[in-house]
Design a protein around this ligand. Structure first.
Ligand code: NAD
Length: 304
């Protein structure tokens, strides 16, 4: 473990993921363009550096990125000052960001041209999963790259899947999050209907958890407060996973559905609902705050 892991993007997800690697004994250095995030990382005992040039030295054997969108990954890997031209040949590149399949493939191809191993490895499980190291990690890349990355991924996640070649990790993740967006809206509709019917929401929640209406939003991440401790709905909808990120993922799903003529009417409807919510200035709230739209005048929970 004498080599260094370079971790770029220590936001809501990256910070706990990097912290778990640090706690497991890996030598890790991190960088984020946000000063606030650099400070939070230091508070968690992580060593921060001031820029990418300071981060990527010949001692770095693994680079992990956890960035918001494809444009950020593209800039970091392939931009003018891109790390693809800075890392050594035996360095493994792991992009954990949820991004479009084409950008993943483009980064993968550029890495392959330089004989550098690269995987896309987006994650599912939210901030709680990142903190508890119980993430599901979906990998796209060669078997060789998957096997090399596995020990490190196993520190950050519980279930590590090899989905196929580069881009397949994000393909799997996009399919997953389309369902997540739809089921978050469905959970909101059911719980708000219960409220309007004057049935105790706690009871309906308990019933749904054990009945056929269960889903991840119902069981783990309910969109209304007072049901499960530690969820964003119990913390004034502070993310967590922002509505803006969900909107991005639903856009990715709808765009790639078009390219393969997939029929995804609920995916399109979920995108319309989240897009409007974000346009109205709610993009930095947790995505479970979509219950506000569903609840209408019956929704009376704290939100800033
Ligand atoms: P975030 O916005 O909290 O973190 C991203 C970080 O990247 C920010 O701190 C930002 O300052 C940093 N960044 C952006 N450009 C940079 C650059 N050029 N150099 C260095 N740092 C840069 O986002 P997040 O919630 O941690 O999500 C990260 C990714 O993980 C997204 O693609 C998201 O879709 C995915 N994801 C998030 C969750 C979740 O629950 N939050 C769950 C699964 C997957």
């Amino acid at each position: 473990m004498s080599d260094i892991i370079a971790f770029i993007g220590v936001g809501n997800m990256g910070n706990p993921m990097a912290t778990n690697l640090h706690k497991a004994g890996y030598k890790i250095k991190v960088f984020d363009i946000s000063t606030e995030m650099q400070i939070k990382a230091k508070e968690n005992g992580l060593e921060t550096v001031n820029n990418i040039n300071e981060l990527i030295t010949e001692k770095v054997s693994i680079v992990i990125t956890m960035l918001p969108e494809g444009k950020h990954s593209k800039e970091i890997y392939l931009g003018e000052d891109g790390i693809i031209n800075k890392v050594s040949k035996n360095c493994l590149l792991i992009d954990c960001s949820t991004i479009d399949i084409d950008t993943s493939k483009e980064i993968g191809k550029a890495a392959e041209d330089k004989k550098i191993l690269m995987i896309d490895a987006p994650v599912s499980g939210g901030v709680m999963g990142a903190q508890k190291a119980t993430l599901n990690i979906m990998v796209g890349g060669s078997v060789k790259a998957f096997e090399k990355a596995h020990p490190v991924l196993k520190i950050m996640g519980k279930n590590i899947y090899h989905a196929g070649k580069v881009g397949s990790g994000n393909g799997a993740k996009i399919c997953n999050n389309m369902s997540l967006g739809i089921t978050m809206i469905a959970a909101s509709e059911s719980l708000m209907l219960a409220k309007r019917l004057n049935i105790d929401i706690k009871k309906v929640h308990e019933i749904m958890k054990n009945a056929s209406g269960n889903s991840w939003p119902i069981e783990v991440y309910p969109p209304l407060p007072g049901l499960i401790e530690g969820t964003p709905s119990n913390n004034k909808y502070k993310p967590g996973f922002s509505a803006g990120m969900m909107n991005k993922d639903l856009k990715l799903a709808n765009e790639c559905a078009k390219t393969v003529n997939a029929i995804t009417p609920l995916g399109k409807m979920a995108l319309d609902i989240y897009s409007k919510f974000c346009e109205e200035g709610n993009d930095t709230k947790d995505f479970s705050a979509i219950s506000k739209v569903i609840g209408g005048d019956a929704w009376d929970y704290p939100i800033k």
